[in-house]
Each structure stands twice: as C-alpha cells, then as structure tokens.
Design a protein around this ligand. Structure first.
Ligand SMILES: NC(=O)c1ccc[n+]([C@@H]2O[C@H](COP(=O)([O-])OP(=O)(O)OC[C@H]3O[C@@H](n4cnc5c(N)ncnc54)[C@H](O)[C@@H]3O)[C@@H](O)[C@H]2O)c1
Ligand SMILES: [Zn+2]
Length: 355
C-alpha cells in the first residue's frame, strides 16, 4: 500500500493499494471518532462493492446506514442532495459520525457536499471506484451538486478525512468510463509532466495503474497545496476543460466528460501550435495518445457555437477567458484571451486548420 499525504486546510492521506476495500473498516476505525458511518453509493457501484464495504465497517464496530441513489450525473442534484440530508437526519448522525462516498465522481461530489453542510460539516471519506474519481475528483475537496442553470453551481470546499483507492475495483468499470478517465490521466501528463507522458506512450495506464494514479494524485496534491481555493495554479487542472465543458453543454451532455476533455485538449493544443505558442508536433503526439484510448480528438461543433457556449460558462472572469494552453508537452500556462479575440482563437483548433 502506498500513501500520499495532502496538506490542505485539513491534512489527510490518499491510500492506494489492492485489498484496501476489505481493510477499510480497520483503517477508518483508527482514524475517525465515528460510531456511525453512512455509506453513500449509486445503485451500480453498490451492487458490486456495497456489501463488502459494509461488512468491513461493521466488523470493526461501526453502525452503518446505506443511502443508494440511481447512477448517473442526473442524480447530482438538489433533490437527491436533500434526500440525503434528510436520511442523515433520520438516522441521527452526529457531528462525530461520518459519511463514506463509495463510487465515482458523482457520488463523491454529492456525498462530499452533504458532508460539508450536514450539521455544518461532518467527516467524510472518499472511496473512489472510477479512474476519474481516483485521479481527480476524490482528491482536493471540491464538492458540489448541479443546478438547472449549470454544473457544480452549488458546492463547497471541504477536504475528506481520507481517500482509500483499491485498484481492484476498476475491473468492473465499463470500458467507456475507463477511457474517459484516461483522458484525465493524459491531462496531467500534458499539463506538467513530460516524463509521465513518455511513460504513457510506452505503457498503457492499465499496465502501470498504481504508479499512474500515484503520479496524478501527487500532481494534484502539489496544485491543491499551492492553491486550495482555485484562484491561481489549480486552474491548470482545467486544461482541455474550457472547450470540453462547452462541447458537453452543446451535446446536451450526451458526450462523456472525459470524451469532451479529450476533444478540448486536442483542440486547444492545435490552436496554440498554430499561433506559435506551443512547440510543433505536440498536438500530433497528444492526438496519437488519445486515440490509443479511442477518445475523440475533434470537436464536432463550429467555432461560433463553441465561443458562445464558453462565453456563457462560469469559468469566464469579466470579458476575459483564462485559457489553459500548452507550450510543450509537460508545460502549460494560463493565457487570458479577450472575449473579442476568442472566436478567432478557437477557429485555429480544427484538424484541417493546421498547416
Ligand atoms: N470534485 C472534483 O474535483 C471533480 C473533478 C472532476 C470531476 N468531478 C465530477 O465527477 C463526476 C464524474 O465522475 P465519474 O466519471 O466517476 O462519474 P460517475 O460517478 O457517474 O461514474 C461513472 C459511471 O461508472 C459507474 N461506476 C463507477 N465505478 C464503477 C465500478 N468500479 N464498477 C462498475 N461501475 C462503476 C457508475 O455507476 C456510473 O454509472 C462529474 O459529476 C464531475 O463534475 C468532480
Ligand atoms: Zn475533468
């Protein structure tokens, strides 16, 4: 088992290792004062791992309660959030009890936001079960639910008490979800680690899973420790996301998040190359790697539609879009682009557009 310590407003460990799910009761018994643990999970994930987690917790003396909701982003809303708060209240959880989020990013964000707000904040533990959750959403303390007006619009910063990732759980993850998670892994490599990019070109993520997750979590740790509240360097994690979110929105959320991010990364890298900001050949390397995971690398929407969607997105500050742009594989910068220049910027990112 390996462990990565995060020093944020709370200090906690991200533990990575086979068998952690079974060991979770013992580990959490030593870590938390809780006598009750509310397991929050979606129906799919719970059917695979819920009983195992419950048993492990009960074997070490926790009284457990299970809150299970229908899987999918559509459940990350105020209604399910309200049901969860009522559930915690009915079960009489106290401030020293805890929530365990067993699942992907939807579960982690929903359970984390409930933990941040129930009784003004109780402990929660992330047990990520998707690749995306393992490398991204379970670490760093961003919690949220979606509003009709947009994704993640109601939320709070609230760090977990611990993160337990057992790589064995990925064996049941649907292949398209694994690929979507791979887009986020590739994101880390492009934004700040060229050696890691080289290693991903040599070996698939599945062949170096624990190492790859550790590299991503360590990179996220560094950014979160510098900028927990997302006002500066943490924004680098949005590489590919400005255009990705726009593409997701235009698709009516039929694109998976990771697919949209893959398109966004490829697009912005091509546009940056075209403007002489990014080293030549970077986009081709990135596209080659994304294609190994059958991820899309071309945004199927015109520049005007994309610009309009980006300019209405919350990432905009005033009339400027802060675009995350690679200078080369392994190095990215935050580039302010004015709303006027933005459509022109985007039009340089289409595949046919590279000279
Ligand atoms: N908080 C953050 O910092 C942060 C960062 C990135 C993304 N997010 C959020 O994360 C969410 C996306 O996360 P996600 O892609 O994990 O989505 P998800 O939680 O919906 O999981 C994807 C699908 O895979 C299934 N699944 C998960 N693990 C499984 C397993 N081991 N076996 C079988 N099926 C499994 C789920 O039931 C679900 O149907 C979005 O809501 C996004 O906004 C948050
Ligand atoms: Zn993402």
């Amino acid at each position: 088992m390996r462990s990565i310590r995060i020093h944020a407003s709370r200090v906690y460990d991200v533990m990575i290792g086979e068998g952690l799910l079974q060991e979770s009761g013992r580990i959490l018994r030593d870590l938390l004062p809780a006598s009750q643990a509310a397991i929050v999970s979606d129906d799919r994930v719970f059917s695979f791992y819920g009983e195992q987690l419950k048993r492990s917790l009960e074997d070490t003396g926790f009284l457990t309660h299970c809150f299970i909701f229908p899987h999918g982003e559509a459940s990350k809303n105020l209604t399910v959030y309200g049901q969860l708060l009522n559930f915690l209240s009915e079960k009489k959880l106290t401030r020293s009890d805890c929530i365990i989020a067993l699942g992907g990013g939807v579960t982690g964000d929903l359970a984390g936001f409930a933990a941040a707000t129930f009784l003004r904040g109780i402990d929660y533990v992330q047990v990520p079960t998707s690749l995306l959750a393992a490398v991204d959403s379970s670490v760093g303390g961003k919690t949220a639910v979606d509003l009709p007006g947009g994704k993640n619009q109601a939320g709070a910063f609230c760090q977990p008490a611990a993160v337990l990732f057992d790589p064995a759980v990925l064996r049941t993850l649907p292949i398209e979800e694994y690929r979507a998670g791979a887009a986020e892994v590739i994101k880390y490599a492009v934004l700040g680690n060229s050696d890691f990019f080289g290693s991903l070109e040599q070996t698939p993520i599945a062949g170096q899973l624990e190492d790859a997750v550790s590299v991503c979590v360590s990179m996220k740790r560094d950014l979160v420790e510098k900028d927990e509240y997302d006002r500066g360097d943490r924004m680098l994690l949005n590489f590919g996301h400005t255009l990705g979110h726009a593409a997701e929105l235009i698709s009516g959320y039929t694109l998976l998040h990771g697919e949209a991010v893959a398109m966004g990364m490829a697009h912005v890298t091509r546009a940056a190359e075209r403007r002489g900001i990014c080293e030549k050949g970077s986009a081709a390397r990135l596209v080659r790697l994304l294609k190994q995971y059958e991820l899309p690398t071309e945004i199927p929407y015109p520049a005007e539609l994309l610009s309009a969607a980006v300019l209405s997105d919350k990432k905009r500050s005033g009339s400027t879009v802060r675009l995350i742009v690679p200078e080369r594989i392994g190095q990215t910068v935050i580039l302010p682009v004015s709303a006027n220049e933005f459509p022109g910027w985007i039009s340089g990112g289409y595949e046919g557009g590279l000279s």
